[in-house]
Design a protein around this ligand. Sequence first.
Ligand code: 48F
Length: 262
Amino acid sequence: MDEVTISRAIIESFSREFLDAMDVDVAVAGAGPSGMMAAYDLASAGFKTVVFEKNLRLGGGMPGGGMMFNRIVLQEEGKQILGDLNVRMQEFSDGYYTADALEAMSVIAVRAIQAGTKVFNLISVEDVMIREENRITGLVLNWTAVSMAGLHVDPLAAKARVVIDATGHECEVARIVERKIGAYLRTPTGRIMGEKSMWAERGETEIIENTREVYPGLVVAGMAANAVCGSPRMGAIFGGMLISGKRAAQVAIEMLKDGERV
Ligand code: 48F
């Protein structure tokens, strides 16, 4: 057994795929349920899709279920989506279903990766590229360890025809864009409206409308969509996240087909 061969295998295979991820159709920030669901649909439709996740593991808030009780709740539409992926569920009461949070997230992740999505963990999106026609043309990336250690290390950049902000409650990409360009987001105030307190029904309804292009080249999905558009959070019911991920994929595909290219 040759340690140098093992090391070369890791570095070369990673570098090849990382280089390939420098120019993609869609770059997703955040490997939570909405980001991975979007990636699954995009990769399945044949689009070159990459997900950058700042944490060591993917899944975002899903593996934690509700308050660390690692179960999630779904209603009919969410149940349908997970059922199509062969996630097992139990009916709890009329119209409410539960699933094992780890099974659900693992299955979504496996399906997205096997459909062709490349996921790079431990990498944070720390900025975007904006070109003169005022559209997002890519992401600026750095190792999460760099910011954790407070090191002064310059980032690298990757080109994407569409960017999806699926960074959850913090809506980190939209926040960067707002900070850099001011009040030009496609919301009533032009700014991030801010997430509202928990109201599951409204949050789950409004997330569909909120999942859209909020700046040329930038789509928001999942809790980032509700945070940008001023809608409530909904707690450990996850149908809205899955529906939003699928909707984000549709929006991105329409943008790509409309020829919104770099
Ligand atoms: O938070 P997260 O799971 O977002 P989501 O897909 O789902 C929300 C639910 O988990 C839950 C809920 C259900 O009703 O409210 O909260 O909207 O996943 C977001 C992912 O983005 C990563 C973060 O580590 C997490 O895995 N992330 C956040 N900021 C960055 C990032 C960043 N700057 N760069 C890369 N990844």
